[in-house]
Every structure is written in structure tokens, then in C-alpha cells.
Design a protein around this ligand. Structure first.
Ligand SMILES: NC(=O)c1ccc[n+]([C@@H]2O[C@H](COP(=O)([O-])OP(=O)(O)OC[C@H]3O[C@@H](n4cnc5c(N)ncnc54)[C@H](OP(=O)(O)O)[C@@H]3O)[C@@H](O)[C@H]2O)c1
Length: 270
């Protein structure tokens, strides 16, 4: 069920997880610029303190360090935010990691870590914030997934699977939380220039800067619509590819990324 509620700074605090760098950091600055008191969470307290310092005079950002993989930590963070700064009206659940996996050796530890942070970490944050919003009868939550969750991509067996889980989770929650007045959105960025993507040794099509990404996220929170995705051309191209029969999808994506599927020329010649 879709909910029309759109959070406003006068409704309460914006909580951003994974705000010590990248998209989360830039979005925290953007939301503070738009008038929110922004509570920022991540493990690296010094980076959060630097962000608070940088924002001073241009908006209010407060640091509430925490680790989303520890179930008690997001609960303690939200309790502290609500006690000290007011109700969380908008939550951007953005904390995440990208661990590329490749080849035929399955690195189970990378899968476990990816799901711990990206999926269970998000669930821990939801457990802390959603019931409080539901009790108040309003709230807005953006879950940061990725266009990598639309369909399988080379080296993304762990990351893409976790992001697909988040997209599905957000869709399911919009049915379940909607009747309580809580609006759920999914954020599906394409490639954004951040520390996470700096490890990529392949060309990243339609790569955008982190400040532009932050503006798109904040704009999306102010608009109607379940999905916030950017750059649109890249997202829609991937959506289109995912409408194709699987064999054609694998062939086209394999060709354009250099990631061979079993049916491709490279696969057949092995
Ligand atoms: N960059 C892209 O192209 C892109 C595209 C699509 C989706 N995304 C998604 O956007 C989100 C942000 O990524 P980014 O590119 O901005 O990467 P980033 O700069 O590496 O930021 C990741 C953030 O997550 C935090 N984090 C990691 N583990 C955590 C934990 N256990 N508890 C709390 N916070 C944790 C990190 O802070 P600490 O290390 O201080 O804890 C950091 O602030 C991720 O969910 C990512 O999957 C990124």
C-alpha cells in the first residue's frame, strides 16, 4: 500500500546510517541544508565528528556512532536520537559494503559479511525505527539498495543478491507498514563516485558525483514514488535488459561487461 506522507524538517529528525563517507555523508549534508536536524550513524566516530564540524553553521548534524550489524546498536542509537533531538521522521538506511567476488571459488565469508551488513544491518535499523514510527502513525524510510539488485552482474554474486533482497524487502514492507502510515521507499543508485567504487578496475557507465547523488536522494524523499533511482538512463536500460528472456539478458550483459556466461562464445570455447 502506498502512503502519501512526506517527512518535513518540522516533523522531526532525519537519521542517516553509513554517513561517515560516500552517499550517506553527502546526503546528510544535503538534508541538513534542507533544514533537517540530521543524526548520523556509522562505526568511524572520528569521521562523524569531522562531518559535524564541517556542517556547523550550515545546518545541524549530530553524531550517534554505531554498528548496524550489532542488533543492540541501532536500537540504542534511535533511543538516544529520540530522547535528545526528537522523533525520527525520516530514516535513510544506507549503510552498506561492496565486496566483489569472482571466479569459481566461492568466498563464503564475503557472502556472510555482505548479508550481515547490507541485509541484516538494514533489518536491525528497521527494527529500531519502524515500530516507533508506526506508533506515531507516520514516518518515512528510504532503504538504499542498488540497480545491481535488478539482475545478476559479473562479480556481484554476493552484493547483487543482497541488494535484490533489499528491493524485495522494501516492496514487502510498503504493504505491511503502509497501513500504519509509514512510507517505505527504495533507493537504487547506479554508479556513484565514492570510496566503495574506487576499488573498481572496470569502466563504470554513467558514473555520477556523490553530491549529485545526494541531491537526487533528497529530491526523491520529497516526491511521490516508491523508487528513487539515478541516473535514470542507466537504471531504465538495466530494467529493460531485465525484461528480456534470461538467456538473452546473460548474453547481452556478458558481452557489454566482458563477463562471459556459459552460453557465450568464451564459455563454449572452454
Ligand atoms: N557508490 C555506488 O556506486 C553505489 C551504487 C549503488 C548503491 N550503493 C549503496 O550506497 C550505500 C553507500 O555506499 P557508498 O558507495 O557511499 O560507500 P562508502 O563510502 O563505502 O560508504 C559506506 C558507509 O557504510 C558504513 N558502514 C559500513 N559497515 C557498517 C556497519 N557495520 N555499521 C554501520 N555503518 C557501516 C560506512 O561507515 P563505517 O565504515 O564508518 O562504519 C560508510 O559510512 C551502500 O549501501 C551501497 O551499497 C552505492
Amino acid at each position: 500500500m502506498s502512503v502519501s506522507y512526506r517527512a518535513k524538517p518540522e516533523d522531526g529528525v532525519a537519521w542517516v546510517t553509513g554517513a561517515s563517507s560516500g552517499i550517506g555523508r553527502a546526503t546528510a549534508i544535503e538534508l541538513a541544508r534542507r533544514g533537517y536536524t540530521v543524526a548520523v550513524t556509522a562505526r568511524r566516530a572520528p569521521e562523524l565528528a569531522a562531518l559535524v564540524h564541517q556542517a556547523s553553521g550550515r545546518g545541524r548534524i549530530v553524531a550517534v556512532p554505531g554498528d548496524v550489524t550489532d542488533p543492540a546498536s541501532p536500537e540504542a542509537a534511535v533511543a538516544e536520537i529520540e530522547k535528545s533531538y526528537g522523533p525520527v521522521a525520516l530514516a535513510f538506511l544506507n549503510a552498506g559494503i561492496y565486496l566483489p567476488v569472482s571466479g569459481t571459488t566461492i568466498d563464503v565469508a564475503a557472502f556472510r559479511r555482505t548479508f550481515d551488513v547490507n541485509v541484516l544491518g538494514t533489518a536491525h535499523c528497521l527494527a529500531a525505527v519502524l515500530p516507533r514510527m508506526a506508533q506515531r502513525g507516520r514516518g518515512q524510510i528510504g532503504i538504499n539498495a542498488s540497480v545491481a539488485g535488478y539482475g545478476g552482474l559479473p562479480r556481484a554474486a554476493a552484493y547483487g543478491a543482497a541488494k535484490a533482497a533489499l528491493i524485495n524487502m522494501a516492496q514487502a514492507l510498503s504493504f505491511d507498514a503502509g497501513p500504519a502510515g509509514v512510507r517505505i521507499q527504495v533507493v537504487n543508485p547506479g554508479f556513484v563516485e565514492t570510496p566503495a567504487t574506487s576499488v573498481n578496475d572496470f569502466p563504470m557507465p554513467f558514473l555520477i558525483g556523490v553530491d549529485e547523488a545526494a541531491r537526487r536522494v533528497a529530491d526523491g524523499f520529497e516526491k511521490a514514488g516508491f523508487e528513487i533511482t539515478f541516473p535514470r538512463r542507466f537504471a531504465y536500460l538495466l530494467k529493460l535488459l531485465n525484461l528480456l528472456p534470461y538467456d538473452l539478458y546473460l548474453k547481452l550483459v556478458g558481452r557489454s561487461t566482458g563477463g562471459a556466461s556459459a552460453d557465450s562464445e568464451a564459455g563454449r570455447s572452454r
